[in-house]
Write a protein of this length. Structure first.
Lengths: 369, 550
């Protein structure tokens, strides 16, 4: 879409004779000569804003982003009211993944054309990339008012809502996105997660089932269904579905950890360890896999192996980790360290949030309320 | 034979193996256990109450005790009578003798534990409560006197939950452990939704227990007619921080002959206090494997029972927990070690959407294997809002033992068991003396339920009534094993278990269909092992501890 926007502005402008020659150079592959000529054109003290804009667009389509940025920047200074100069400067910086510096020109562009979809949308995308999630939601909401049926916008907005805890808002926009294009697996997966986070487990399971049926070759879709089946207490079906996910992608890390946990619960710790080890071979920093593997080693009374696998994460503040370390040290005769980890476990367990049980509670949140 | 008589006989035959709700015909349906407001705005409204079987008049028929709560408004005026006593008149009928028995103490009742604490031959009981506890001494003339203050166990101002009697120093006198739940002031409770600890899923609900201060547990050493608080010197209070205690069990968890103390703690790790002798305890829950489940997560432990489900002679530990979690079955490996067998036994998964309270291991079908019953009901009325999740009213779970240490849940297929309730306390007892165990359940706000178990006529049974002489008179802590050609069954005499409840003091054994004589072995708390050979089935056998010298 962004390239399309670029081309749109390029077609709307006239091209000077110097630019025509420059374009021919790039087309002929004379890149160094072309760059030198572009630098001269950009440095021309008599260059007008429109000429610099045209130059910038040509450089942009030739993926000469640094030179294009320079041209757009000069154009925006020469004509601060030129929407195209600010927008293209922001777009170029976005393409260069300089998100923080892309924000200001895109904000200017959006303020110059507040009813234009592209600057608002691109600004929202850029703010998201820059980590400014709340600002991204605000911009994307503005863009959605202009074009409420833009599936990628809705998908991104839904993901942002979900990430910020506005799961009910996430459900609404993701359902819209899915209605527009039901063939987008990421949208369905996001929607299932949002439904789950909204505690509408029945709907989440129904959609997960539909999605797994539609995307039979997707390990992610099968894994998501397994999660919802487990949430519903349908553990045998969850195990079968995890097995199906791993038949599609034998190295799906989340499915391997989940299946390993089930195997350990069902009294098959050796099989579980094989799964956890495979995950850790690819993701040594996977703390969950380490903790689950340690539990399985304990079931086999292999205390040294359990201790070794926990060593990289021993400093973390996880009550389960300290419970494991207490057992391991006690089994190895180090009662002092066992007591230290026991007390740490009791302290962390007592400080857990929530009211009763292990169902996490969250305050009802709606965007803007 | 007339058509009517044929139908009546058919009805009797149909009822001859299964469950019948006899609450109304027994005369228990008028009882109410008020627990605050229907909206459950505060945690104090969600926890009580217990129930118990007691043969208070020693006529050989079990009488029913039902704990009663109150409301915050009425508590300001002293609350409601904390207990109701229903005398078993025989023939399946009970009569309310609460006032006649002098049980008029008021407050907000929570749990009950029954035992003859002064060894006078008459069963007494303790009732725990929101603002204090009560000790009802059986005068032997059909009446009780309330002696908690004089006996030193009133726990004024403390919210006490479950209680259990046990002879921790084996001096022949029953000591008392009382679990403290939350440290609250009923006049200044936090309002619903007022903090992160007051959110369930996305609904604003009552606060706690997380985010609140736990109330301390207490261990009382029996001095004869009064008790001495030994919580600190015993290590109970000193060694481990207070947790949200709900139900203690006093039994020998490690097989060393000394009673240990297990405490089911809500939303925090469970405690197992190992008895090291000389009134000293050491907390060993983590090492023993009973502090948390196999996932390493502290569960919302509510009820607890201790009995040998797999027939290896070692009692195992069953716990009930919150919804979206499984109930837990800890298999006893011996030497004080347990492993979480919730999944391998298939006991855990059926409980996933249910919130469990009372739990008893008992042989409902007399096939010689212990089954498990669990009483359920959510704490939050808001649970009904969440589709595909839990619900406020919930059915019973009945896990039928299939052999090989595995269970199959059959409650959902039974018209009586699948009726939704908001159950809390549950006690098993053979109230009609027909050889099988019936269920007494105390519900929040509504009437209780008395479910009569009608065994198959071709099954056999044995009930063992204990009378200690050197040990405590009730034989609490005794381990009874019934040996027969087809196997053995082991049971432990508890006094305070399930959830805030006490069950039939007689130990019950299903003997299957063979009808063969059995050998009964009693290991008394004082250490002596007594055997009765060739005991014929289908009777209550009374075992009296040889010797004197308590």
């Amino acid at each position: 879409m962004i390239v399309v926007v670029h081309a749109l502005f390029a077609l709307a402008q006239s091209v000077t004779p110097g630019l025509a020659e420059l374009e021919r150079m790039f087309n002929r592959g004379e890149m160094e000569q072309g760059r030198e000529a572009a630098r001269q054109l950009a440095a021309d003290p008599n260059a007008t804003a429109s000429a610099l804009l045209a130059l910038g667009r040509l450089l942009g389509t030739s993926k000469e982003f640094l030179l294009a940025e320079e041209a757009f920047q000069r154009a925006s200074r020469l004509n601060p009211g030129a929407f195209e100069a600010h927008f293209n400067l922001g777009l170029t910086r976005f393409q260069m993944r300089n998100f923080a510096t892309a924000i200001a020109p895109l904000e200017t562009a959006a303020s110059l054309r507040p009813r234009a979809f592209e600057p608002n949308y691109l600004l929202g995308v850029t703010l998201n990339e820059a980590g400014r999630k709340a600002d991204a939601i605000r911009c994307l909401r503005s863009a959605a008012e202009i074009n409420p049926r833009h599936p990628r916008l809705l998908a991104l907005l839904g993901a942002l809502y979900a990430g910020e805890g506005y799961s009910l808002d996430a459900v609404e926009v993701l359902e819209q996105a899915r209605a527009i294009d039901p063939g987008q697996l990421p949208v369905s997966l996001l929607l299932i997660q949002a439904l789950h986070d909204s505690f509408d487990f029945e709907h989440a399971l129904r959609l997960a089932s539909e999605t797994a049926g539609r995307f039979k070759t997707s390990a992610d879709a099968q894994f998501r269904l397994a999660v919802e089946l487990e949430t519903a207490g349908r553990f045998d079906e969850a195990r079968d579905t995890l097995t199906a996910a791993l038949a599609i992608d034998a190295r799906h890390p989340e499915a391997m950890v989940a299946l390993g946990r089930m195997q350990a619960r069902e009294g098959r710790p050796a099989e579980a360890i094989a799964n956890f080890r495979a995950v850790l071979a690819a993701q040594p920093g996977n703390a969950l896999a380490r903790i689950e593997a340690a539990k399985a080693y304990l079931a086999l009374k292999q205390f040294a192996a359990a201790r070794d696998i926990l060593a990289p994460i021993e400093a973390q503040r996880d009550p389960t980790l300290h419970w494991l370390l207490s057992i391991i040290h006690a089994a190895e005769g180090d009662q002092t360290r066992a007591a230290t980890h026991r007390n740490r476990f009791l302290e962390l367990s007592s400080a857990l949030a929530g009211g009763m049980g292990n169902t996490p509670g969250r305050r009802p949140r709606r965007y803007g309320q | 034979m007339s058509r009517l008589l044929t139908l009546v006989l058919a009805g009797r035959i149909l009822a001859s193996a299964g469950w019948t709700d006899v609450t109304k015909v027994a005369g228990l349906a008028a009882f109410r256990n008020p627990q605050g407001s229907p909206a459950k705005d505060y945690i104090v409204e969600s926890i009580g109450g217990g129930c118990a079987w007691i043969d208070y008049d020693r006529d050989g028929r079990l009488d029913a005790l039902l704990v009663r709560g109150s409301t915050l408004t009425r508590l300001k005026q002293g609350g409601d009578p904390v207990i109701a006593l229903y005398r078993n008149r025989g023939g399946g009928a009970f009569e309310d003798v609460t006032v006649k028995a002098g049980l008029v103490a008021r407050g907000w009742g929570m749990g009950v534990a029954v035992a003859d604490y002064d060894n006078d031959g008459w069963p007494d009981f303790v009732v725990t409560g929101l603002t204090r506890s009560y000790l009802f001494h059986n005068e032997g003339n059909g009446a009780f006197t309330e002696r908690a203050v004089a006996a030193g166990v009133a726990r004024q101002g403390v919210w006490s939950a479950g209680a259990a009697f046990g002879d921790i120093d084996l001096d022949g006198k029953l000591d008392l452990y009382v679990a403290g739940y939350v440290d609250v002031n009923p006049a200044a409770l936090p309002s619903r939704g007022s903090s992160a600890a007051c959110i369930y899923k996305d609904a604003a609900v009552f606060c706690g227990p997380r985010g609140m201060k736990p109330a301390a547990d207490a261990l009382f050493h029996n001095q004869g007619t009064a008790f001495r608080d030994v919580s600190r010197e015993s290590g109970i209070a000193a060694e481990s921080p207070a947790m949200f205690g709900l139900q203690p069990l006093i039994a020998d968890f490690d097989g060393d002959g000394r009673p240990d103390i297990f405490v089911a703690n809500d939303s925090t790790p469970n405690y197992l206090f190992r008895n090291e002798g000389h009134l000293r305890f050491r907390e060993v829950g983590i090492g023993a494997g009973v502090a948390v489940n196999m996932d390493g997560r502290a569960q919302a432990s509510m009820g607890a029972d201790f009995a040998d489900y797999d027939g290896d002679g070692l009692p195992d530990l069953a716990l009930t927990n919150f919804s979206e979690d499984t109930n837990t079955l800890y298999r006893n490996l011996g030497q004080g070690l347990f492993e979480d067998a919730s999944w391998t036994s298939k006991f855990g998964p059926p409980s996933w959407l249910l919130l469990g309270w009372g739990v008893k291991l008992f042989d409902y079908d007399l096939d010689g294997r212990l089954d498990i019953v669990v009483a359920n009901g959510h704490v939050y009325p808001e649970a009904d809002r969440f589709r595909g999740g839990s619900s406020y009213g919930q059915r019973l779970l009945l896990h039928r033992a299939l052999g090989g240490g595995r269970f199959g849940e059959i409650g959902s297929a039974d018209n009586v068991l699948r009726v939704p309730m908001n159950a809390r306390g549950l006690a098993t007892g053979d109230f009609d003396n027909d050889g099988d165990l019936d269920l007494l359940i105390n519900n929040q706000d509504g009437p209780p339920r008395l479910l009569r178990n009608d065994r198959s006529p071709d099954t056999h049974w044995l009930e063992v009534a204990l009378t200690g002489s050197i040990s405590n008179r009730d034989g609490v802590g005794a381990v009874v094993t019934v040996h027969r050609a087809s196997g053995r069954s082991t049971a432990v005499r508890l006094a305070g278990d399930s959830y805030l409840s006490s069950s039939d003091p007689r130990l019950h054994f299903g003997l299957g269909t063979s009808g063969e004589p059995a050998a009964v072995e009693v290991r008394w708390p004082a250490g002596r092992v007594q055997t009765a050979a060739s005991v014929h089935p289908d009777q209550v056998i009374r075992m009296e501890e040889p010797g004197t010298g308590r």
